[in-house]
Design a protein around this ligand. Structure first.
Ligand code: DHB
Ligand code: FE
Length: 297
């Protein structure tokens, strides 16, 4: 049976990708950030997921105002990096996992009434590729298959944090019911506080980010009640991206073990946050710890 081996929250700041691509990670500006990311890389090399579900948002690259799915799952065989204006990033294409992606879609739509959009052809932007670079560096091929889960955090009305948390719980049920023996990780990307435009451009709110990092570990159900207004006010207009971390957190058990936490300011105009989490008591594949029909988490 498929097994969820962990969840990661990470910002996906594009300049981090550029620093990797242009070999700047050891420069004084970037060194502290990449040092703080190193334990994540070690963890990823140790647990070696077969598939990573990357929850990210598209930044008007593949999607735009002409087509704005709220939740979209990439079910194609390959996803190439999008050209965001400077040519596509020099990263490998992502190999998808169509069988598993279709299982996720079926389970979400038929068992959990999450009517997600299925996308068979899509390119992926920095929202997805930067977290892969942070996890795996610069390999010739990504060491895992990738299922993109694209969330609309850009165009009103965005889904609520609570809806995202519930989607994560439904994704966990889908993972737990997939018969193939694969190790799955889920990344929630975006955030932390940042605003790229308007009068408050450059906003970084470290106390709020750290409160979020505390509470997503210890009290995710309360955190899922956070309103968009609070996020926009405290974390900035683009800080709303952090609701995607709730999908990752919803997929994990209620009690988690914090493998690694790191926070760094600044990464461009942005706060960088990282959390690596595992279920506190790993569930054996195919077993239901609650013993009932519903897994308690
Ligand atoms: C920037 C863009 C992003 O999508 C993000 O999540 C953080 C920062 C930027 O352009 O600096
Ligand atoms: Fe972003």
């Amino acid at each position: 049976m498929a097994k969820l081996i962990g969840g990661v929250g990470t910002s996906h700041v594009p300049s981090i990708g550029a620093a990797i691509d242009h070999n700047k990670t050891q420069e004084p500006y970037w060194k502290p950030l990449f040092e703080g990311v190193e334990p994540f890389r070690k963890w990823a090399a140790e647990v070696r997921p077969d598939v990573v579900i990357v929850v990210y948002n598209d930044h008007a690259s593949r999607f735009g105002l002409d087509l704005t799915p709220t939740f979209a799952i990439g079910a194609g065989a390959v996803f190439n990096p999008h050209d965001e204006g400077y040519g596509p990033r020099p990263v490998p294409p992502c190999n998808g996992d169509p069988d598993f992606a279709w299982h996720l879609v079926e389970s979400l739509v038929l068992n959990d009434e999450f009517d997600v959009t299925t996308v068979n052809e899509m390119t992926v932007d920095h929202g997805l590729t930067v977290p892969l670079s942070l996890a795996f560096g610069q390999p010739e091929h990504w060491p895992c298959r990738v299922i993109p889960l694209c969330v609309n955090v850009i165009q009103y009305p965005q889904p609520t944090a609570s809806r995202c948390y519930k989607l994560g719980q439904a994704i966990r049920r889908a993972i737990d019911s997939y018969p193939a023996d694969i190790k799955v990780a889920i990344f929630g990307t975006g955030g932390m506080s940042h605003q790229l435009q308007g009068e408050r451009a450059g906003l970084i709110n470290s106390p709020y980010d750290n409160k979020w990092l505390d509470e997503i570990v210890s009290s995710p159900e309360q955190l899922a009640q956070t309103s968009h207004l609070e996020l926009l006010t405290e974390a900035g207009s683009e800080g709303l991206e952090v609701i995607m971390w709730m999908i990752m957190r919803g997929a994990l058990a209620k009690e988690v073990r914090q493998v690694h936490r790191f926070y760094h300011v600044p990464a461009s105009n942005t706060a960088y946050g990282l959390l690596v989490l595992e279920d506190a008591a790993p569930i054996q594949a195919g077993q239901n710890p609650a013993g009932g029909a519903e897994v308690q988490r």
